[in-house]
Design a binder for this molecule. Structure first.
Ligand SMILES: Nc1nc2c(ncn2[C@@H]2O[C@H](COP(=O)(O)OP(=O)(O)OP(=O)(O)O)[C@@H](O)[C@H]2O)c(=O)[nH]1
Length: 201
């Protein structure tokens, strides 16, 4: 996961309500210097005891198009359900598609995976590192939302370390193990063996 030297500048531009099947969230729109747009969904009181949080990287295929190649859409749904169950929490939806390589390169990577490469090899064959995401934007967004500490829903301990390096106070990692199926089994196994994810399912 990449971290360049300067923290990206981000502005909270507008907020509104977002009714969902899980509950009525507040949606906050952010603009990063350079024009990239991100959103956060929040529910309930976010100060005091650290709330549940999900720092979710964009996956158009999984989040919106029902792809079974990954676990992203299932995690997004489970994260919102968990936040709604607790009555408080925050979801940051970061526009770093394809672990930062972008949608079209992710489609190229999927084509290579159709030919036998795993998710890491495919990125490398395209000339990218396995994971190009930069999570410092998450710190800026949490600061603008006045969220001082979080319980992060993820199966990726390296992501926790990267968020902590970025200055986020992570008081707990909460596993988010959902959505294994016949199409993403190999992908999840590669995440476990090469990217350090922890799965108990
Ligand atoms: N390059 C690439 N990106 C992928 C692939 N499958 C999913 N993604 C992207 O991976 C990102 C999600 O990363 P994950 O590794 O699933 O999750 P994580 O954030 O590291 O860990 P969790 O918090 O446990 O989900 C999203 O940006 C997806 O678009 C793939 O095969 N190749």
């Amino acid at each position: 996961m990449s971290q360049s030297n300067e923290a990206p500048r981000v502005e909270l531009v507008a907020s509104c309500q977002l009714p969902t099947p899980f509950g009525v969230f507040d949606m906050h729109g952010f603009e990063e210097e350079g024009g990239r747009e991100h959103v956060a969904l929040t529910l309930g009181e976010l100060q005091g005891e650290a709330p549940l949080a999900r720092v979710h990287s964009e996956c158009l295929t999984g989040d919106a198009l029902f792809s079974l190649r990954c676990d992203c859409g299932f995690q997004l749904e489970a994260a919102l359900e968990a936040i709604a169950r607790e009555g408080r929490g925050v979801l940051l939806y970061l526009r770093q598609e394809g672990r930062g390589i972008g949608l079209l390169n992710k489609i190229r990577a999927y084509k290579l995976q159709d030919g036998g490469a795993d998710t890491v090899e495919a990125n490398e064959q395209l000339g990218f590192p396995a994971d190009m995401r930069d999570f410092r934007i998450a710190r800026e967004m949490l600061a603008l939302l006045n969220v001082p500490a979080v319980r992060i829903m993820t199966n990726n301990p390296r992501k926790v370390a990267t968020l902590e390096q970025a200055g986020i106070n992570v008081v707990e990692r909460v596993p988010l193990q959902v959505g294994r199926n016949e199409y993403n089994d190999h992908y999840l196994n590669t995440k476990q063996s090469k990217l350090g994810h922890l799965f108990g399912f």
